[in-house]
Design a protein around this ligand. Structure first.
Ligand SMILES: [Zn+2]
Length: 61
């Protein structure tokens, strides 16, 4: 008997990490959605995505 599709796991973004107060992985990039190349920098309190080159909390607009 096939199981019902599992609900998608909640996405971790830089906001999740900041709210939790600890480094959670994988962080999903809020700009491009990549979740394999986002690194949180605790010294800065922001995370950087190597895929699109964007800082997560920096508003580039
Ligand atoms: Zn990105």
């Amino acid at each position: 008997m096939p199981l019902a599709a599992a609900p998608p796991s909640p996405k971790i973004t830089v906001h999740t990490v900041l709210a939790a107060g600890c480094n959670l992985e994988p962080i999903e990039c809020i700009h491009c959605g990549d979740d394999e190349n986002v690194t949180f920098n605790q010294g800065i309190g922001d995370a950087h995505c190597a895929t699109c080159g964007e800082w997560q909390l920096e508003d580039s607009d």
